[in-house]
Design a protein around this ligand. Structure first.
Ligand code: NDP
Length: 323
């Protein structure tokens, strides 16, 4: 037997139960891994509440680091004992041991510890595709990043800065503003009410070519008002709730805008894309250009407390759960 967090119904943090579960066996193409650390991500909240659907009972979680314990038939590029990390589906990371398709794993270099590995994969691969593929930012551009002191946010700020981009970060408190500034945000706006006016002032009226908005419902319209003509709205999260249906005429009226609602799953669906993105991420982390801030750790058995903190906007940077 092993231990895992399971939910038997969707709901608040209290639906997460620390239970005995049978140790799974790896089938063909799969690996059995032991987690050393599990990443906490906002998407875990969506699966817990039922905003994103799962078959119940479910073990949520999409990110971890650890060691390979056993391999199923046909897995040739991994060995028992390898240090690994991963991000993305299928869910099941809130467990001491789990089985996962082996082609979702990447090897973790010795220079990257397990906590960093579990913290950086999902949020770091997200920052990679947002800045390098969804809208390949160019040195000299100015961009807007919402939730700039959060997990994805701190990585976006540092990586964009590393690429020569000027970042306008948006946060909810003065403390978070300090943190975002210390991680590469050149300008920080507290609260989003005056954001378009601030963006106008900072850019001398030009506005920005791209907004990275993970907050969703509360900030959607404000974000559109920050864009230059032909600008791209990247709506990549729902921390405040999902964005309601959009009237396309609004995009016309605001200057022939573009909009995308991307997910990491699409950008890493092909193994080659996953490997290339992970290599870029590990390079910027190893070089020190991007520092992974694990600002909170919780025992995995106390995942409910971690969710409560995340939803109450009490966390900054990344959070890991320790089995
Ligand atoms: P964060 O650490 O960024 O935590 C969420 C932050 O959102 C909060 O700290 C808070 O920052 C801000 N926020 C604004 N409004 C609310 C609200 N009503 N309730 C709670 N938080 C709010 O989380 P992650 O780094 O894990 O994820 C950031 C976002 O990116 C999430 O929306 C997530 O779903 C999305 N995401 C999307 C991916 C994709 O591929 N599409 C992949 C990974 C993440 P503040 O207090 O400063 O406002």
């Amino acid at each position: 037997m092993t231990k895992a967090i399971r939910i038997h119904a969707n709901g608040g943090p209290e639906v997460m139960k620390w239970e005995d579960v049978p140790t799974p066996e790896p089938g063909p193409g799969e690996a059995l891994i032991r987690h050393e650390a599990v990443g906490l991500n906002y998407i875990d909240v969506y699966f817990r509440t039922g905003l994103y659907k799962s078959v119940l009972p479910a073990t949520i979680g999409m990110e971890g680091s650890g060691v390979v314990l056993a391999l199923g038939a046909g897995v040739t590029d991994l060995a028992v004992g390898d240090r690994i990390a991963y991000a993305g589906g299928p869910i099941g990371a809130y467990a001491v041991q789990r089985v996962i398709p082996a082609d979702r794993l990447v090897k973790l270099p010795d220079a990257i510890d397990f906590n960093t590995g579990a913290a950086m994969m999902l949020q770091g691969l997200t920052a990679q595709y947002l800045l390098r593929r969804t809208y390949p930012v160019q040195a000299g551009q100015t961009i807007v990043v919402h939730a700039a002191a959060g997990g994805v946010g701190l990585i976006l700020c540092q990586w964009a800065k590393h690429l020569g981009v000027t970042v306008i970060g948006v946060v909810s408190t003065a403390e978070k503003a300090e943190l975002a500034r210390a991680h590469g945000a050149d300008h920080v706006v507290v609260g989003h009410q005056d954001l378009p006016a601030e963006v106008k002032r900072i850019t001398g009226g030009a506005m920005v070519p791209v907004v990275y908005d993970s907050v969703g419902r509360d900030t959607f319209n404000t974000s559109l008002d920050c864009l230059a003509p032909l600008g791209l709205m990247v709506s990549f999260g729902n921390a405040s709730g999902p964005v309601p249906p959009v009237d396309l005429g609004v995009l016309t009226a605001k200057g022939s805008l573009f909009i995308t609602r991307p997910t990491l799953a699409t950008y890493t669906a092909k193994r080659a894309d996953l490997v290339a993105a992970a290599a870029e991420l590990m390079e910027v982390v190893a070089s020190g250009a991007v520092k992974i801030r694990v600002n909170q750790t919780f025992p995995l058995s106390e995942a409910a407390a971690a969710h409560t903190a995340l939803e109450a906007r009490k966390t900054t940077g990344s959070t890991v759960l320790i089995p």
